[in-house]
Design a protein around this ligand. Structure first.
Ligand SMILES: NC(=O)CC[C@H](N)C(=O)O
Length: 231
């Protein structure tokens, strides 16, 4: 059971993700973006950062990296794929998740801890959380405003594909708690099948008390348990 953490030129938090995964008991390995064979891996994590310097649009160039064909193949076979921050941007650019991440409404890079409300717990990534539970997880992005056209947004909501929403400390929704202007306060979504997760907040930055929160740990533990079940 091994998880690939892909490194694009300009990725960051890649090593943090390996560390967070290994802390949760998952064997993880860094994989350079030119890799064309991920057959030894059960799941993939696309990390945060500034792949290709965010040129053109965040994630727009990384989608052409050779490894993305393999990421697509694994996703289509139902393997878990997680895109965190820039990884989420890459997944939307690659069409593995619907919608797009636009510039924050404030037009600034925002780096702070936020509250997330867990909307769905029947996924390989969130089954250790309670529905409605409020997590403290940091964000750090300039392009985090989730956008989708009205039909896509309605479909996401109808099908329960919204996994995390920005909220207040008691789970209340409101623009004051939405750090980037995301539609419907969306912080994370899954694909229809539920095996591809994209989220802007960084759970790997919240996996031990010294980091200010341990709320991200259960996401990686949940992934380990899901992989163990599949074998
Ligand atoms: N921390 C990150 O992954 C940054 C994501 C992205 N490049 C942005 O600024 O929006």
């Amino acid at each position: 059971m091994k998880v690939a953490v892909v490194q694009f030129p300009g990725s960051n938090c890649d090593r943090d993700k390996v560390w967070a995964l290994e802390r949760a008991g998952v064997k993880a390995e860094l994989v350079w973006h030119t890799e064309t064979d991920l057959s030894g891996f059960e799941a993939v994590v696309l990390p945060g950062g500034f792949s290709y310097g965010d040129y053109l649009r965040s994630g727009a160039l990384a989608k052409f990296s050779p490894v993305m064909q393999e990421v697509r193949r694994l996703a289509e076979r139902g393997h878990p794929v997680i895109g965190i921050c820039n990884g989420f941007q890459v997944l939307t650019e690659a069409g593995l998740l619907p919608g797009a991440l636009l510039a924050n409404t404030c037009l600034h890079f925002v780096c702070k801890e936020v509250f997330l409300r867990v909307e769905r717990t029947d996924t390989p990534f969130t089954h250790l959380y309670q529905a409605g539970e409020v997590l403290r997880i940091p964000i750090a992005h300039g392009d985090g405003r989730y956008y989708a056209d009205p039909e896509t947004l309605a479909r996401l909501e109808d099908q329960g594909q919204v996994v995390f929403r920005y909220a207040g400390p008691n789970g209340e929704l409101g623009e004051a708690h939405n750090p980037n202007g995301s539609l419907n306060h969306i912080a994370g979504i899954v694909n229809e099948r539920g095996n591809v997760l994209g989220m802007m907040p960084h759970p790997e930055r919240a996996v031990e008390a010294a980091l200010g929160s341990e709320d991200g740990s259960r996401l990686f533990q949940a992934l380990r348990m899901s992989l163990e079940v599949v074998g």
